[in-house]
Design a protein around this ligand. Sequence first.
Ligand code: NAD
Length: 249
Amino acid sequence: MTGDLDRLRSMLAEARRVVVFTGAGISTESGIPDFRSPGGIWSRTTPIMFDDFVTSIEARRESWRRRIEIERDMVDARPNPGHAAVAHLVATGKVSALITQNIDGLHQASGVPDEKVIELHGNGTYAACLACGERHALDPILKAFHADGTIPQCRACGGIVKTATISFGQPMPVEAMDRARAAALSCDLFLAIGSSLVVWPAASFPLLAKQNGAALVILNREATDHDPSADLVLHREIGPTLSTVVAPP
Ligand code: NAD
């Protein structure tokens, strides 16, 4: 049954402006658990809301404890064949934007230029001050927390330091949202990969593109609520599928 793969191949060949949209599913083959698969992060913890992080030192402590817990997965993670196939697609010049919900930096590590990547939920590989925006390297923060539980403060203004991710309840980054909206409205093919498409407003972009006339393709192991809106749905594994369809020369 390879009809769906052939169809994706020809849709990619015909498309002139492709938007690739990725979720945590593209990074599971790199060893980073997703949120909603069995055993995923969601089944083990409840998210810490942004307001709690800001107002409660206990919530901050718990947040940094969790960050240390996932550090080994994050540090060891390398781009997998799914990331490589997406990078190859970008290198062909057809991809106008790569919108990602991921915070792991693996698209950039796979060779996709920074300016092509729109990070809707920020980046978990560094930290930033919530007050002044000063960027902080993560390694010394994690080492100090691990050593004696030190909760980081901004070296520039004394403000609260947090990984540069967007937490539940935190305002979405305005520039990234604007760029993602513009990309969704100007593409002719929108390819959603490895997302359960339940986190909003990120999940609105595939529908926006479709409503504006783009073809919508969803590649995800399990069904999503957006499947009925899609022109093509592939319930397949991401790495093997993309490396078959988008084969580097
Ligand atoms: P999600 O966990 O809600 O959905 C992931 C989807 O990918 C699931 O439907 C799962 O069935 C599918 N999937 C997993 N591995 C797959 C594979 N190898 N092949 C095919 N399908 C596969 O993820 P989401 O929609 O991105 O939402 C989760 C939120 O959590 C995002 O906002 C993201 O910021 C964050 N998150 C990020 C990471 C990361 O950066 N790698 C990891 C976990 C969570």
